[in-house]
Structures are given as structure tokens and as C-alpha cells.
Design a binder for this molecule. Sequence first.
Ligand code: PMP
Length: 410
Amino acid sequence: MSATTKLDIAKIRADFPLLQTEVYGRPVVYFDNGATTQKPLPVLQALEEYYRSYNSNVHRGVHFLSQKATDGQEAARRKVAQFINARHDHEIIFTRGTTESINLVAYSFGKRFLQPGDEIIISAMEHHSNIVPWQLACEDRGAVLKVVPMDANGDLMLDEYEKLFSEKTKIVALTWVSNSLGTVNPVQELVARAHARQVPVLLDAAQAIQHTPVDVQSLDVDFLVFSGHKIYAPTGVGVLYGKESLLNEMPPYQGGGSMIKQVTFAKTTWADLPFKFEAGTPDVSGIIGLGAALDYVNEIGLEAIIEAEHELMQYASERLQTIPGLRIIGQPKEKAGTISFLVEGIHPFDLGELLDKQSIAVRTGHHCCQPVMEFFNIPGTVRASFSFYNTKEEVDRLVEGIKKSAAMLG
Ligand code: PMP
């Protein structure tokens, strides 16, 4: 039984070698897709092909191999630009991941645009990586952090958001999809309200890119960041999309090779976009792997993926709620990818460990969202996060696994 009639899930699962793996002698049930996704064969093959047949540094050699590696990297940049509908390829900056992309903007935008007393708006449901870089920028620039609160369902309070703006607001940085609650935020609305006050917006799309169509032009968002590894690509590569006009105004984040036009001991000038922000040798294989991952997603079709995931989430949500004492944390209006829950009287770590022994991989803890846990006054949650390659049978195994664990611990 597959999650949907549109996708041939058995065929898709055959593309992911890890899903064939056994853990403790049973086929693994992988429900930790929010942390990282598994990699399909075309991505693994792209990595192997690169290292076997054209491993070389980029933008440095006239020789054939370097040219081929450079072409591979730049083709991937084009694929990313197309995937999120960026106007220009050079608005795509390759980084190590979401975390580095946010740090880049917080540092570089901060250095250029933040003055003492200026304000930055984030939200109560941010991942630590969309909190701490802004705190560093505040410390560095003398700016102040403002936080959009959420309600008990895990929805942002839009009226309160509205009230946070002042003459001093310089940037808004919000997550599109919450990694701890699954909340899908109304980003079109959030961006529009900030733009009505001429305030630019950064969206953390780490949990959106794999579950939602992203169109940076129709959103008119100023910065958008994500990690390759959450969308079936290798670890070590991420993306910063930024509007050309803003990126051109911002100073470099790191100095080194590749990011310069001319270096003298007296003065150095910067390369044009995107290279101004890409100092040093990039993760060439990872970038090429990201291109292969986006090809794979396009081939299957994001719409079909979203439909399958939606159906699976629905099923999981219904089945989980049949478990006595199980409480889902976060019941927002719209949800994607993730269900966080607790079972009465059981610490999430204990439940996670017993599920692990039943070959079921879930995440337990604060999910890098300690303020969210504090808000709900809980030590953490058990988080099952889904991908289109998961099945209803796997959800059934999770439900049985929780019941068995609860019986053992209860
Ligand atoms: N933001 C969100 C919403 C995330 O889910 C994650 C990863 N869990 C990150 C940021 C950080 O991503 P990375 O560790 O790949 O930089």
C-alpha cells in the first residue's frame, strides 16, 4: 500500500539504498527527514562520477577537467535558480547550509545596514540558527531583537507581528515551516506586511524547500535560505538567495581566493556576484549533487510529492491520535512534514530510545528550538518527520511501536 495512487512508492523507494537498510535486524523506518533526507541513486551517482572522472577545482584552470567541474557547478546554480524562480543565476550563493546562509546575511547585512538601536524581527518558533546569528549581529551592531509570539496552536500571532514594526525595524527573519511544530507560516502575508513598511525579509526555507513550491519572485522575498541535505542532496552545501540589489550593497562575509577582482597589499576589490560571497574552494561535488537532487525532484514532480506527503501526514495524524495519552504538540492551521508529540507520563528520550530498538528512527529533544519547548513548558518532543518515500505501513509500525513502548514504560 502506497501513500498515494499517483506515485509508485515501491519504485521510488528502490531509488534510495538506505531505505533498504536493516537496523537491529529489521528494515529501518526512517522518520527523521526533518533532520536530513536520504539520497537517491542519481545523487550518489553524480558524486561518484564527479570524483571518478572529473574531480578538479573550479574557476581556476583552463584545463578540461577544471572546465567540466566549473560547468557542472554553474549548471547546478542554474537549476537552483530555476527551482526557486530567481530572476538571475548570480542571485544564488552557495554556502555550507542554512546556518551559514543566515550567518552570512546577519553579518553582512548587519555590517552594512544596522545602526545602534535598530530592530530585527524574528519569531517565537525559530530554529536556533535563525536566532543566534541575529543575536550576534545585535551584539555587534547595538541592535535589538523583537520576537513575534505564537498562540497555543503554534500559529504566529499576526496582529502582534504588526505591532512590532517601528521606524527602526531594519529586517525581518522568519521560518517558512517550523521544524519543531510543522507550522506552515503565511509567508506571502508576512512578506507583504513587512514590505508595506519597506522592511526586507529573510525566509528560512530549510523545512519548506522539500514540502512547498518556492517562487522567490512571486513572494518578492529579499533573502531565502535552505540546506541541500534536506532536499535529498549531500550534506555540506546550502543556498542563499538574495536580491541582486541587496547583495550588491552588502560587504563580503569571508575573504580569500575566488572572491576578489584584484588584490594588492594596499587595496583589494571584490568579484561580482555570486563570487563575492564564495571565498575559497566550494563544495563542488555537493553542489553538483544538489543539482542532481533537484533534477530528481523535478522528475517525480513536486506536486505529486506534496500530495503524497499530505496524505501521509493526514494518516499519521489520525492514527497517532488513537493512542491513549498521546498529545500532538502544535495544531496550527496548516502543517507540513512534521508531527511532534508526547505520550503522557513518558519522557520523550525514553520513548525515542525504545522506538530505536524497534528499528524506528525518530528525533527526540528540543529540535534546536529551546524557546518553543519553553513556551509549551515541556522538556522536548518526539518528532516524526515525513518524506514522500515513507509509507502508511511505516506509520502503522510507528503506532504499534509507540503502543509497545508505552506498555513497557507504563
Ligand atoms: N532552520 C530550520 C527550520 C531547520 O530545520 C534547520 C535544520 N534542522 C536549520 C535551520 C539548520 O540547517 P542546517 O543545520 O542544515 O544548517
